[in-house]
Design a protein. Structure first.
Length: 281
């Protein structure tokens, strides 16, 4: 049913894929390298290709996620080069692992002119994809609006993609917690949000979903994930979301908290039961 979770690469890329299968995931997400570092990683091509083959053999779908410090709207010239080289490294690993794409957060610009922030983002994406020949896409993720109110609307996401030189190599990743926290989705109005996204052409380029409830209320602009059905979005609204034709067939990745009593294995089972319950009603 296309559900999975974020997994660790502590045992390598192949190890991450094996773990995902072990917990009953049909898809998974991983960090290509240390999530808090922009250093270029020396990685094992054998491990990555083994991961790709394992996923193919077991019909597992994967995506990767750029490290947290990655900001495609960074203004400092030196830091922009560091981020660019880091992204190239991430994209190469993602492609070698056979993943759909690399999730990158919409840029954040702290200056007074937000247009400059959009320009910096487009320039970064153009440089990243200039000579890119791989199959892996760049997947732009919507922001929660924490700190800077950039990347919170379908209009921004669609327009940035259109303005990039190689738009065909760019897709989207929808984070449900971010959509709720930013005011994009109120929880109870998914059908109208879906219609809007369809008209704008957003969903035709949606390649992945981060399936997260929100630990804070609607329009809180706070990026804090909660377990499905245990946050402010709630089970009823999540069930409606999961019924939407706009997201069918798309990998849905949990980035939710885990405890010894409630792991991603249990939560994957729970969301699968939600979908089954929808189908039987």
């Amino acid at each position: 049913m296309n559900f999975g979770s974020h997994v660790s690469i502590r045992n390598g890329y192949l190890g991450a894929a094996k773990y995902a299968l072990q917990i009953g995931a049909a898809c998974f997400q991983y960090f290509p390298k240390n999530p808090r570092s922009l250093n270029v990683k020396q990685w094992s091509e054998k491990d990555a290709s083994s991961c790709a083959q394992f996923c193919k053999d077991h019909r597992l779908v994967s995506i990767s996620h750029a490290p947290y410090p990655t900001n495609v709207s960074e203004a400092d010239k030196e830091m922009r080069q560091v981020i660019l080289q880091s992204l190239k490294n991430d994209l190469e690993i993602t492609d070698a692992c056979g993943s759909i794409g690399l999730v990158v957060h919409f840029g954040k610009y702290k200056g007074s002119d937000s247009i400059e922030g959009y320009k910096l983002m487009i320039d970064m994406l153009n440089q990243l994809l200039l000579n890119w020949q791989g199959k892996a896409l760049v997947l732009i993720e919507n922001n929660a609006g924490q700190g800077v109110r950039m990347g919170t609307t379908f209009e921004e996401l669609v327009q940035i993609r259109k303005l990039c030189d190689k738009s065909e190599q760019i897709g989207f990743c929808l984070d449900t917690c971010h959509a709720f926290a930013s005011g994009l989705w109120g929880g109870e109005n998914w059908s109208s949000i879906a219609i809007k996204g369809e008209k704008l052409g957003y969903f035709e380029n949606l390649k992945a979903v981060h399936l997260n409830d929100s630990a804070y209320p609607y329009e809180s602009y706070r990026d804090r994930h909660a377990n499905i059905g245990r946050g402010f979005i709630g089970e009823v609204n999540m069930r409606e979301f999961l019924q939407s034709h706009s997201i069918q067939g798309i990998p849905k990745i949990l980035e939710t908290p885990t405890t010894s009593d409630y792991t991603h294995k249990e939560e994957i089972e729970y969301v699968n039961q939600m979908v089954l319950k929808n189908a039987l009603e």
